[in-house]
Design a protein around this ligand. Structure first.
Ligand code: ZN
Length: 322
């Protein structure tokens, strides 16, 4: 399914089966000589078939197509490996290019979650159901690295890169200043909130995320093109809501520690998640991975604010309020 949003700018909806995100927005821009595809989909048949059939209807020649990937998450990046060829440029950020080029540290993440209180039987299920693990990038890609302020010109559009780490270590948005368009990947989402999680090598992802929300707040934007769900207009009020959302979540985590120290896994049920399950026990194992990761990111933030203390007890990491 696709729609033309502005002249030569299309939204292609790529289904994400069994994901609460439901679908990914891939944006196509038609230029005079080349096409640009922003974000792609998972490396799975359901994504590939929709993408290929829509590109065919839209008369897009993949031999003349370049790609911009907002961030390394598999639902944005992985299908690029199927769509690209030796003529394509794949624009990406340096930090994540290095991360996806090396072996993904699933074992390291697994061990980290175990120390944070995840029961092993559940963690196993959780990893096996992780979309990045199942449908991730399956071959090496050569990236064309872009930095803050670098331009991408295509047809009538002139985008500039804006570095917005937080949701992922090297997340990048594109801003079109003349047309006031912000392509924001998963930096700003509407009716769902971007997952902010623990990252190996990132000290305080939530702080970076909040800082980079403020960074894009000041931009003059008429049209927001997010990575999931429908595009929207008022990015400023959404940014304020997202900031309040994380403040509320920090409060919930501090209250969870009022009756004593806990692992991140034991704190997670105290947080009100925006997912349709009435209790923590009913959460699918794969979603607990995201929930515990997000809890840890908030704990890291509180730790830097000196409101929470971390200790190691036996083989577990325990948090308490200060
Ligand atoms: Zn993402």
């Amino acid at each position: 399914m696709f729609e033309e949003i502005l002249p030569d700018l299309y939204r292609i909806e790529i289904p994400l089966p069994r994901s609460p995100l439901k679908a990914l927005n891939s944006y196509l821009i038609k230029g005079d000589k080349r096409f640009l595809l922003i974000d792609t989909g998972l490396n799975r048949a359901e994504c590939k078939s929709v993408m290929l059939s829509d590109l065919e209807i839209l008369n897009v020649d993949l031999k003349k197509t370049d790609f911009f990937i907002t961030h390394m998450h598999a639902d944005h990046l992985a299908l690029a490996a199927v769509l690209t060829n030796d003529k394509s440029r794949v624009y990406f950020n340096r930090k994540e290019a290095a991360m996806v080029s090396s072996e993904m540290p699933w074992q390291e993440a697994y061990a980290f979650f175990l120390t944070n209180g995840f029961p092993e039987h559940e963690l196993k299920k959780s990893l096996e159901g992780h979309p990045g693990y199942k449908y991730g990038l399956k071959r090496h890609l050569d990236f064309y690295i872009l930095h803050e302020g670098d331009p991408i010109e295509i047809g009538d559009y002139c985008f500039r890169c804006i570095e917005t780490p937080g949701h992922s270590p090297g997340h990048m948005c594109l801003y079109e200043a003349n047309k006031k368009i912000l392509v924001c990947g998963d930096h700003i989402l509407y009716d769902i909130t971007p997952n902010i999680t623990h990252w190996i090598g990132m000290k305080n992802p939530l702080k970076e995320y909040l800082t980079n929300l403020e960074k894009v707040y000041s931009l003059d934007v008429d049209l927001v093109l997010p990575g999931h769900r429908r595009f929207w207009t008022n990015h400023k009020s959404r940014i304020r809501e997202l900031q309040e959302h994380h403040q509320a979540r920090l409060g919930e985590i501090l209250s969870a520690l009022e009756d004593g120290e806990k692992t991140a896994y034991d704190i997670a049920p105290y947080v009100s998640w925006d997912i349709d399950y009435s209790s923590w026990e009913l959460f699918p194992a794969s979603q607990k991975w995201f929930a515990v990761g997000e809890t840890i990111a908030h704990l890291e933030y509180l730790e830097e604010e000196m409101k929470v203390q971390r200790r190691t007890r036996g083989d577990k990491t325990i948090f308490s309020s200060k």
